[in-house]
Design a protein around this ligand. Sequence first.
Ligand SMILES: N[C@@H](CCC(=O)N[C@@H](CS)C(=O)NCC(=O)O)C(=O)O
Length: 210
Amino acid sequence: MTSDKLTLHYAPRSRASATRVLLDELGTPCDLHVLNMRKGEQKSPDFLAINPLGKVPALSHGNTVVTESIAIALYLGDLFPNAGLTPMPGDPRRGAYLRWMTFYAASFEPALMDRMIGHVPPANESAYGTFDQVIEVLADQLARAPYILGENITVADIQWGASLQWALNFKAIPELPVFRDYALRVTSRASFQRVFEDEARLDAAQDAAA
Ligand SMILES: N[C@@H](CCC(=O)N[C@@H](CS)C(=O)NCC(=O)O)C(=O)O
């Protein structure tokens, strides 16, 4: 638990959306600092002082700043263990939790981005092997149970569900039933629906203001 104020530096329909859903799932109050990326607000000096890369999401918690979606998700999950979404140290799922969260940032996203720009690094030199291997490993894991760590949803599923839904929409990953079913299972939750609804409103307002 924490008494320090949380602020999510956020833009609608971005990687920060999954963070916003996670905050909703954790049931914690959080100020939203909404940036209009169409106006380049993420590159303002004030925001660059928070994240020098000028990218969202970023999280301020008291004097602590956390950037990188996965670091933020791990940080929040540990901060609110009572929400029941975090395999904490001592939980037999903790190792797998860290594995799949890190796999997301270190293997899946780079593989996806390389694929989208048509870059094919040599398999033995890339951090992830090949795109097809990453897809195969992920599909195999998701076929085992309703959620990535088993029968119960965890912080990891919020990230993976949001991302796979995005990747399916953009046809960036194969349209496998295991991906489609999983993404639907996760993103049909009330938390996602609340955030998607609000984001449609915010996005339209930002568009009009840009
Ligand atoms: N590795 C970062 C990537 C963050 C990122 O690329 N955010 C995009 C939005 S989805 C962004 O802020 N882009 C704005 C820009 O680069 O100007 C993370 O996972 O948080």
